[in-house]
Every structure is written in C-alpha cells, then in structure tokens.
Design a protein around this ligand. Structure first.
Ligand code: NAD
Length: 294
C-alpha cells in the first residue's frame, strides 16, 4: 500500500484514481472542480482541501492536467513541499519542452520523476487498460511501473526525460494523418461507385491496412464498434486530436523536424474544429472532406 496524491480528477483522472483505490492504495485527491471531487469521494479517494495538502504525506504524486502550463504551475507549488525522494508521475499530454522543465523542477527538489502520458481514452482509464508511454531515468521508471500497473494494459519505457510525451505526439500525429488518408479514400470510392464494404474488404487485408481503417473505420458498417456507427460520438474527440497535432507541430518546430503531412492534418482538424465539431469523434472528418456537415 502506497500513499498517492492524485491532482487533476477530470474525465481521465477520476477513473484512474478509482483503480488505484481498488488496488489498495491510499489516494489523496485534489481538483479545482467540486463536482469532480464529489465523484472522486464516491470512488474512495480522500478529498483534500488543496494540492499541497494532498502531497504532504504522499510517496507518489500523479498529475492528470489539461496542458503544460497547468503541470508546471502545480509542480512549482508542490515540489518544494513534497516528501524527500517522492516520485512524481505526470500522465497529462503536454508539450515535450514543458515535460522536460517539469523533470528539472522535480530534480531540483530531490524528487524522482517520470512523464507517462497515456492512450486508451476514458474507456481504457475506467477498465484499467491504458497504455503508458514513460520517459525518465531507469530508477524512476522502476519505481513508477508497479504504481502504474493497476491502471495499465501496457507500460513502455521510451527513454529519458520527455520521451513518453515524444512517443505520444509522434503516435497521434500518425493517427491524425492516417485517419484523413482513410477518409479521403472512402470519399473517392463513393465518387467512383465503389461500396464501403468492398473498399474495406480489400484495404483491410492489403497495403492500405491501418488502425484508422480496421478499428475506427470512418464510415458506418464495416466495423460495427467504430464511432461512425453512432453518429460520430467520441471515442476520441476532435478537440483532443487537434491539441495533440498542435503539440506535434510545436515539437517539430522546436526540434527542426520537417512534418508537412502533420502540419496539413493540424490545419484540417483546426478547420473542422472551428465549424463547431470539437466534441465529435475525430473520424467525423470524413464529412468535412465530403463537404457535408455531421
Ligand atoms: P479534464 O479537463 O476532464 O480534466 C482535467 C482536470 O484538471 C479538470 O478536472 C480540472 O479541474 C483539473 N485541473 C486543472 N488545473 C488544476 C489545478 N491547478 N489543480 C487541480 N486540478 C486542476 O481532461 P481529461 O480528459 O481528464 O484529460 C486530462 C489529460 O489527459 C489531458 O492532458 C488530455 O490531453 C489527456 N488525455 C485525455 C484523453 C481523453 O480521452 N480524455 C486521452 C488521453 C490523454
């Protein structure tokens, strides 16, 4: 049993914290939104008055916050007051530069730290089957692994500080690009009089095969569980895809990488988002490409 502070009990943080409670840990939680604290309390989380109070007795501190600025501001507040040698795990999806700054803040205060963003969405968070992509020193990762386990289907140590965030945004840049590619192919097939099922049957076992086609197929029918079959309810929302694509472009600029397809995908998702589709599943971009609305 470990005492864990959990800061950021939103759509992802709350079910993740619940799985830590189920695994027998003491979880001291904090969030700025009272409704989220009420849900956490129902899951057996001990609700604290503020982040500092949550961190005081904790051996492990997990943050699940919207963006880099939130993580850095919380780290600046809590790192000086944390137990010596405590482990800080940030599972938010944030920019690589902020992730490295967060590691530096932790180190300055004698803390171990891991960046460990996730994929798997709210469903994976509830089921305890998230994929964690971790960055940080080997000894920090070794301490983090058993803590992450009750929330995880898979845990990959990707490298040093920031490597987890790097893996996350590289993966999601691929995903954004591949979804647009698959959607364009279905739109072309429609114009050519080729049925959705015929294209799916060929491409899903040919060189066009990819996750965007075989798991998240953007047209209803061929993959019954894909969001296209439920009016593009997420799933993985457009606003979150856009966030990750923007992070990939910031990282590309900062690292000097040339990512023209990633840039194009970011622009297309920005337009689709601006039309009021931020809450729809990202596979709904097929309607944007058809020139129709959701
Ligand atoms: P969310 O907005 O539901 O939760 C974030 C929570 O952080 C909110 O409850 C907010 O009140 C809280 N918060 C913000 N500042 C705070 C502070 N200073 N102190 C305490 N609490 C604070 O977002 P989410 O969907 O849970 O996502 C969290 C992170 O996980 C994001 O970085 C997101 O990109 C990433 N992520 C989300 C999904 C998903 O499907 N939702 C999937 C993978 C990764």
């Amino acid at each position: 049993m470990t005492t864990i502070a959990f800061i950021g009990l939103g759509n992802m943080g709350n079910p993740m914290a619940a799985n830590l409670v189920k695994a027998g840990h003491v979880v001291n939680g904090f969030d700025l939104i009272p409704e989220n604290l009420a849900v956490a309390r129902e899951h057996g989380v001990t609700v604290m008055a503020n982040a500092l109070a949550a961190v005081e007795d904790a051996d492990v501190v997990i943050t699940m916050l919207p963006a880099g600025k939130h993580v850095l501001s919380v780290y600046d507040d809590i790192a000086p007051k944390a137990k010596q040698g405590a482990l800080f795990i940030d599972s938010s999806t944030i920019d690589v530069d902020s992730a490295r700054k967060a590691h530096a803040v932790a180190k300055k205060h004698g803390l171990h730290s891991v960046d460990a963003p996730v994929s798997g969405g709210t469903g994976g968070a509830a089921a305890g089957t998230l994929t964690f992509m971790a960055g940080g020193a080997k000894d920090a990762f070794a301490k983090a692994e058993p803590i992450l386990k009750p929330m995880a289907g898979r845990i990959v140590h990707c490298g040093d500080d920031g490597a987890g965030q790097a893996a996350k945004i590289c993966n999601n840049m691929m995903l954004g690009i591949s979804m647009i590619g698959v959607a364009e192919a279905f739109v072309l097939a429609e114009k050519l009089g080729l049925s959705h099922q015929a294209l799916f049957d060929v491409a899903s076992t040919s060189s066009g095969q990819c996750w965007s086609l075989t798991t998240y197929c953007p047209v209803p029918g061929p993959v019954p569980a894909s969001p296209a079959n439920r009016d593009y309810k997420p799933g993985f929302a457009v606003a979150l895809m856009l966030k990750d694509l923007k992070l990939s472009q910031e990282a590309a600029q900062s690292a000097g990488a040339v990512t023209p397809m990633g840039a194009e995908a970011a622009q297309l998702y920005a337009l689709f988002n601006a039309q009021g589709n931020g809450g729809a599943d990202f596979s709904g971009i097929i309607n944007f490409l058809r020139g129709t609305s959701l």
